[in-house]
Design a protein around this ligand. Structure first.
Ligand SMILES: Cc1ncc(COP(=O)(O)O)c(C=O)c1O
Length: 433
């Protein structure tokens, strides 16, 4: 009889050897059957603490802290971290041989498997060190002339906006940032805002698949189709989307997509990918120059000089762990955790939740504010009194704290957070906060 603990152990232990004989889909089905969860819907399983207890135990966490800032960067499960350390040890035996000749060529396995998850050809998938590197490759690699316009939002990620601002100063392009309410009235409203802001000079639309500030999911396909019809390129910032909720690139229809893998995939810190639509590869300059012979090769975006092979090779182990849960189950659990605190707090008159409860518009990441309460002080209070980690969001149009649980978060941790927020909503912050 195979119990769930055995399932999890195996989902780590099977790893590379099993994959030599099973396809990822076949392996996933085998693991699901072993775990006895194959007949249960993701929503049903989302509240099965027996199942999630096993996932929680797969991490080596510091449980004296309640980490509700998984939007920043995430811990890897033990099996992934072990693989990462193992590859580092192997590399160090004789890096010119063990790292360059033994480990480095296996980046192709990570590429193939990531591409299968994303739904693209492996020849459209470059492995990067993070979402910033992936997105900046697209942002800085496009030929743009003075006066060309880039359209984005004023809730896009700061570093990505800084990157465009640098092109404004250096290349004389124009940057237009649209505003949108949180939550917006509808997904169609978001698409319309972009459409209405387009001018004859618009060359690029850059936006988040899901924002880091409030967790708003965008209608990516509608925006990309509309842009393509007008000859406008689309760059999608998927830093928080990949391995958070299910989708394939065929449902997005974007030209360029960048993500981090050290967030929701739980891969080692320093991993990400860049997708470039095949016909766009030749025309995009890499961030670090590559030889002309690589013009049409997606690997030209990986010419970064000497770097550890451990990070990108351990992506394979992170994918195996991810497949062991399944992305539908993962997002169902994340929404269950979010709804557990959000539904409780929503009932209070002075609480503002800036994230839609519509599953088409949000996953596990949400932003909440208490009227008249400074978000930085609230963050400091949660840390000082209960060792709860959240992050303050101070946008010119709203203010709150961002709350991001993960698959390892317990119900007790969520309830601890909700208790603390209820107390502040009722009595305010203590004068010392
Ligand atoms: C929306 C968004 N884009 C890009 C990034 C950059 O990710 P990284 O720091 O992994 O490069 C982040 C990081 O939090 C983000 O939230």
């Amino acid at each position: 009889m195979v119990n769930r603990r055995t399932f999890l152990r195996r989902s780590g232990a099977l790893g590379a050897t099993a994959l030599a004989t099973f396809s990822p889909r076949g392996l996933t089905r085998a693991l699901e059957a072993a775990a006895g969860v194959v007949d249960r819907s993701p929503e049903e399983l989302a509240s099965d603490e027996f199942y999630w207890r096993e996932i929680q135990a797969a991490f080596t966490l510091d449980r004296t802290l309640v980490n509700l800032n998984n939007g920043g960067v995430c811990p890897s499960p033990r099996v992934v971290h072990d693989a990462y350390k193992r590859y580092l040890d192997i590399s160090n035996q004789s890096p010119v041989y063990h790292m360059w000749q033994i480990l480095e060529p296996n980046i192709e396995t990570a590429r193939r498997r990531l591409a299968a998850h994303f739904g693209c050809d492996p020849e459209e998938m470059a492995i990067t060190r993070n979402a910033s590197e992936a997105l900046q490759t697209a942002q800085l690699g496009l030929d743009l002339k003075p006066g060309d316009e880039v359209l984005t939002t004023n809730q896009d990620y700061g570093r990505m906006l800084d990157t465009w601002e640098q092109r404004v100063r250096r290349d004389g392009i124009t940057l237009t940032k649209i505003s949108f309410p949180v939550p917006p009235p509808s997904l169609a409203d978001l698409a319309q805002r972009f459409e209405q802001a387009i001018t004859p000079r618009t060359r690029v639309i850059h936006f988040c698949h899901i924002t880091n500030l409030t967790g708003q999911i965008f209608p990516v396909r509608d925006i990309c189709r509309m842009a393509r019809g007008r000859g406008i390129a689309t760059i999608v910032d998927g830093a928080h989307a990949f391995a958070h909720f299910p989708f394939k690139v065929s449902e997005l229809e974007c030209d360029y997509y960048g993500t981090s893998l050290h967030k929701w995939l739980l891969a080692p810190i320093g991993t990400g990918f860049l997708y470039v639509r095949r016909e766009k590869i030749a025309g995009l300059w890499p961030l670090t120059p590559a030889s002309e012979s690589k013009k049409n090769d997606i690997r030209k975006f990986e010419e970064i000089g000497t770097h550890p092979a451990a990070n990108h090779n351990a992506i394979a182990e992170a994918l195996t762990f991810h497949e062991g849960i399944g992305v539908e189950r993962k997002v169902a659990r994340l929404r269950y955790l979010k709804n557990r605190w959000a539904d409780r707090l929503r009932a209070l008159p002075n609480i503002r939740i800036f994230t839609s409860s519509d599953p088409a518009q949000s996953g596990g990441l949400a932003c909440v504010g208490i009227d008249g309460t400074d978000a930085a002080k609230l963050t400091a209070h949660l840390w000082a009194t209960r060792r709860i980690i959240v992050t303050p969001i101070k946008h010119p149009e709203y203010e709150g704290i961002r709350v991001t649980p993960n698959v390892y978060t317990t119900l007790a941790e969520i309830d601890d957070f909700a208790d603390a927020m209820e107390a502040v909503a009722a009595r305010g912050l203590p004068p010392t906060a």
